[in-house]
Design a protein around this ligand. Structure first.
Ligand code: GLN
Length: 492
């Protein structure tokens, strides 16, 4: 079969179970595509062909023996922020260029237990800081829709790999939009779960109170399959919740759009820098949802102006603390020929971290230092609470909140935006992390340059099933999620 990469996760699951093709055939098919097409997309940092084929053979044996799960034998790509035992985990950084974790992240371990086949590890902005994936030590990844553009970030490798059909789905992480924005830039569906829904154990930390892993795929249905594997309490992550998980696949038809109250925040559609095409496509998608029976209700989210400054104090503050462990002593990059211990620390960190990571460590360390702590960090934490309350108040009168995922479509590679311009691009995603809420991106069309546009739906706590279900209904009634970039149409 030459078109295995066109099948949805459900079709892959059924095809494998019905012995229409084997996991080895499917895995070889993807490895061939990666070998041929990833020279242009550059989404993979590491391809684990040998291990993938061994996992595929084990999956085929399990299918024959009748011990398979729904996903046994289905391939996946993991963001290179999830620790993988025996395979290098770089977080896109020179600091971890040679790091091989002694253990698997819980998300990876759960994937293995479910029989998923790991194709490899995909590119990302260094330590997940960025919006283009250009902040990677391994160089830029291309957007499959236009190879001169970025795939977004920080989970840009995950998005590009799926959009080019170099993996049927992928894991991503979202600290301030890093699942939703690359999904938007690459025409994919991506879910950022509620904080605490997916274990952070073995997921290299950026800002621990904001970080959350989740699925990136073509459709809500595909995302639901992955959520069924990765969601749930984990004793190894004290912030993961002890709350029953839903069957996200079974619940795909659980919410009807008819009668759904969708909040439209006034402030969001008046943001300077909101691209006219993005605005138009998002509004068209909302009109469609209205035609399907939803009610659009204008709401106020008065804290909108505070999002960027609040996030860009809290996230760097946590990063400065989390990244202090990279000292050139215990693991990671070590400077050569240090003259003394201080020189070892300084040069290991100056040579091992890229510019954006150093910028954030500086901002964060400053915000946490004596004399400034109350004025910046404590103040930001207070504003964070107000942002959360703003959302909770809105959810008293609406079921979900609609927004663009990003104010623009994908930037050109090398556009070289200033840090502040780049940070302003996070306006629609970061408040969700500050509040710990779940949110999903769904593709809703293209701009004049044929670059994808995304609609974001933000839900109340633990409403992942509802978000997936609403997007699933929308995707049953539209075909944006089935559109493929030219490179995805190529055969290997
Ligand atoms: N663009 C945001 C940042 O640079 C989001 C990153 C993320 O979600 N990991 O911090």
């Amino acid at each position: 079969m030459t078109d295995l990469h066109r099948l949805s996760i459900r079709e892959l699951s059924e095809g494998l179970a019905g012995a229409k093709f084997s996991s080895r055939e499917l895995t070889e098919h993807y490895l061939k595509r990666i070998a041929k097409l990833d020279t242009q997309v550059k989404s993979y940092v590491t391809v684990t062909a040998e291990q993938a084929l061994a996992q595929a053979d084990a999956a085929d044996a399990a299918i024959k023996a009748g011990t398979a799960t729904a996903l046994t034998g289905v391939p996946i790509a993991h963001k290179d922020i999830f620790c993988t035992q025996g395979i290098k985990t770089t977080a896109g950084s020179k600091m971890l260029d040679n790091f091989i974790s002694p253990y698997d992240a819980t998300v990876v371990a759960k994937g293995k237990a479910a029989g998923l086949v790991t194709l490899g590890k995909v590119n990302m902005d260094e330590f997940a800081m960025g919006s283009t994936s250009e902040n990677s030590f391994y160089g830029a990844t291309a957007n499959p829709w236009n190879l001169g553009h970025v795939p977004g970030g920080s989970s840009g490798g995950s998005a590009a790999a799926v959009a080019a059909d170099l993996a049927p789905f992928a894991t991503g992480t979202d600290t301030g939009g890093s699942i939703r924005q690359p999904a938007s830039f690459c025409g994919l569906t991506g879910l950022k779960p509620s904080y605490g829904r997916v274990s952070r154990f073995g997921m290299i930390a950026y800002a621990s109170s904001l970080d959350q892993g989740g699925p990136m795929a073509r459709s809500a249905e595909d995302c639901a399959y992955l959520m069924n594997v990765i969601a749930g309490h984990d004793a190894k992550d004290s912030t993961s919740v002890e709350k029953d998980v839903d069957d996200y696949v079974a619940n795909l038809n659980g919410t009807t759009v008819k009668g759904l109250r969708i909040g439209i925040p006034k402030q969001y559609f008046n943001v300077a820098g909101l691209d006219a095409d993005v605005k138009a496509r998002v509004e068209e998608s909302l009109k469609k949802l209205e035609d399907m029976g939803a009610t659009l209700i204008e709401i106020d989210l008065n804290m909108t102006e505070a999002y960027v400054p609040t996030y860009y104090l809290i996230a760097p503050a946590e990063a400065s603390s989390n990244l202090s462990r990279y000292d050139g002593v215990r693991y990671g990059y070590r400077a050569e020929n240090p003259v003394d211990l201080m020189d070892l620390y300084k040069r290991s960190r100056s040579e091992g971290f890229g510019a954006e990571v150093q910028r954030r460590i500086l901002i964060g360390t400053y915000a946490l230092s004596a004399g400034y702590y109350d004025a910046y960090y404590v103040k930001a934490q207070k504003v964070r609470r107000l942002i959360q309350q703003d959302f909770l108040k809105a959810f008293e009168s609406v079921d979900v909140i609609a927004a663009p995922a990003a104010p623009t479509t994908a930037y050109k590679i090398g556009a070289n935006l200033s840090p502040v311009e780049m940070y302003l691009g996070d306006i629609y995603t970061i408040a969700v992390n500050l509040a710990g809420l779940p949110a999903i991106n769904a593709p809703v069309g293209f701009d004049k340059d044929n670059l994808p546009v995304g609609l974001q739906l933000i839900g109340n706590y633990w409403s992942e099933s509802q978000l997936l279900s609403v997007v699933h209904q929308y995707q049953q009634a539209t075909d944006w999620h089935t559109k493929r970039a030219a490179i995805a149409e190529e055969n290997a």
